[in-house]
Design a protein around this ligand. Structure first.
Ligand code: IPD
Ligand code: CA
Ligand code: CA
Length: 267
């Protein structure tokens, strides 16, 4: 199947998932649980996961699916062979559960070892971010690009924090350093949207350690919008940088080395 057809299938699926996310929030009884004691998961995360995975399995029975809620370890077992779908059914679950509007469904498609397609939809604002590799990035079909800010002390930098807080000292040092050198910090609560907001110029830089499903789609969107995508620590030998989850740094190309210098000096 051609990438354009995969794109149309994935966009339609994201929109269907978005409708489910909205209707699940309107339901009187959302049920809650905590994975590993700290990480919130709702009945909506599971319902959206099932909708997306069932649709992919029906359309592409031979494709692999790496999905946060139902198959988070598939990469560890199978390696990242493709065709592979990488799914975060709801990115920004804490926002979702607290009635905030910064949540998204994230769908990435990997073929031949590369992320070829990324779709991130915020169903509460009806913003659909998308990119095909080598073909630019779009917000609701309009081309987008990163901000041109070059001045660090005017830059707005987004980040996020893990659910598990036993080792937050280095993070606090980095936040302190960024706050001292940049205009301001945002913690919006959805990594996929943070990265898409950077892609469309609403943020100037972003850094955090994540899981692959949080960023696979958005990273392609940012890269296609002109962002430099990398890391503020060394990527281990043999790891493909596009899939490496720790210490991600994404920024416009002018700001990237400047933010990198601050983050590495804060270690
Ligand atoms: C989380 C969000 C958050 C980030 C966390 C992620 P979830 O994803 O992207 O912004 O800081 O690290 O786990 O749990 O809402 O899918
Ligand atoms: Ca997530
Ligand atoms: Ca999630």
């Amino acid at each position: 199947m051609k990438l354009n057809d995969i794109h149309d299938f994935a966009s339609a699926l994201a929109i269907k998932a978005g409708m489910l996310i909205r209707s699940e929030r309107d339901r009187a009884q959302l049920s809650y649980d905590f994975k590993e004691g700290t990480e919130l998961v709702t009945s909506a995360d599971l319902a959206v996961d099932q909708l997306i995975c069932d649709s992919i399995k029906q359309k592409f029975p031979s494709h692999l699916i790496l999905s946060e809620e139902s198959s988070p370890d598939i990469g560890k077992v199978e390696g990242l062979s493709s065709p592979l779908w990488i799914i975060d059914p709801i990115d920004g679950t804490v926002n979702f559960a607290h009635g905030h509007i910064q949540s998204a469904v994230s769908i990435a498609y990997v073929e031949g070892g590369n992320v070829e397609l990324g779709i991130v939809l915020n169903p509460f604002t009806n913003e659909l971010f998308s990119a095909k590799r080598g073909q630019g990035a779009f917000l609701n079909d309009k081309p987008i690009s990163v901000a041109q800010e070059t001045n660090l002390n005017r830059a707005i930098v987004a980040t996020g924090f893990p659910y598990e807080k036993s080792n937050i000292e280095p993070m606090i040092k980095r936040v302190g350093a960024i706050l001292r050198h940049c205009a301001d910090i945002r913690r919006l609560g959805s990594a996929a949207l943070d990265i898409c907001w950077l892609a469309t110029g609403r943020l100037d830089a972003y850094y955090e350690s994540l899981n692959l499903w949080d960023f696979a789609a958005a990273r392609l969107i940012a890269s296609e919008a002109g962002a430099k995508c990398g890391h503020f620590s060394e990527v281990p030998n043999g790891r493909d940088t596009q899939f490496y989850e720790n210490d991600l740094l994404i920024a416009n190309p002018d700001l990237f080395p400047k933010v990198l210098a601050i983050l590495t000096a804060a270690e």
